[in-house]
Design a protein around this ligand. Structure first.
Ligand SMILES: NC(=O)c1ccc[n+]([C@@H]2O[C@H](COP(=O)([O-])OP(=O)(O)OC[C@H]3O[C@@H](n4cnc5c(N)ncnc54)[C@H](OP(=O)(O)O)[C@@H]3O)[C@@H](O)[C@H]2O)c1
Length: 193
């Protein structure tokens, strides 16, 4: 019977809080969404970015289970690519141009070397409705809405190809991977009609 636990975890130095009991068996699936994910913040502190975004502590924790065959679903980014063309494929060369992208490539390489059962999801900008709980990071649609409704001017990128993906599509993909136990690299984008 699958079980779902939200486990407090710090990715830099500690596996779990000392006071917390170690789970009796390995989780069936871990979805790793934790990251330092704001590119500007990553540029300001490359060392912290690497230690947070490369999930070495998480894998150390998973490896501690005797019969660990957990499916690790790891959220990566389209910023692993150089960004000089559109419609990248999973097997295109990764040439990250910023610290965030470099840390995500390092994470992908670390996972593929150290864990056999994984799915890496490379997505572009994830958008969706306002979150139920507030999040510190500004959300794309809500940010655009705020700028337009205030009548402010906004600087937009004009030199990037991006394929935004709807957050519920990301969830559907994760559910499908979980139920069908699919692993490997996947580039995920929304289909707009
Ligand atoms: N949002 C996008 O458009 C987008 C696009 C492509 C890929 N991704 C990837 O998708 C994942 C989720 O993105 P997001 O936008 O939801 O990011 P986010 O809003 O920045 O959330 C990141 C999460 O990581 C946690 N975290 C940060 N440092 C940690 C640490 N040292 N130990 C444990 N947890 C830590 C944060 O916890 P606290 O809240 O407690 O600080 C937060 O819950 C990330 O891997 C990101 O790279 C996102």
């Amino acid at each position: 019977m699958p079980f779902l636990v939200l486990w407090p975890f710090t990715l830099i130095c500690k596996l779990v809080e000392d006071s917390m009991p170690f789970p009796k068996r390995s989780p069936d699936v871990v979805v790793n969404c934790a990251a330092l994910s704001v590119p500007r913040a990553c540029e300001a502190d490359p060392a912290a970015t690497m230690s947070i975004n490369v999930p070495s502590t998480l894998l150390e924790w998973l490896s501690a289970f005797k019969e660990a065959n957990t499916l690790l679903i790891h959220l990566s980014t389209d910023q692993v690519y150089e960004g000089v063309k559109s419609f990248y494929k999973e097997d295109d060369e990764t040439i990250p141009v910023n610290v965030y992208g470099k840390s995500k490539v390092a994470a992908e390489q670390f996972i593929s070397k150290n864990w056999s059962n994984f799915a890496i999801l490379r997505s572009s900008i994830i958008f969706g409705p306002q979150t139920i709980s507030p999040v510190p990071k500004s959300l794309p649609i809500q940010w655009i809405d705020g700028v337009l409704s205030r009548g402010d001017k906004a600087e937009f990128f004009h030199d990037e190809f991006r394929c935004p993906v709807y957050v519920k599509d990301v969830v559907t993909i994760i559910q499908a991977l979980t139920s069908r136990w699919i692993s490997g690299w996947l580039l995920i984008v929304s289909c707009f009609t």
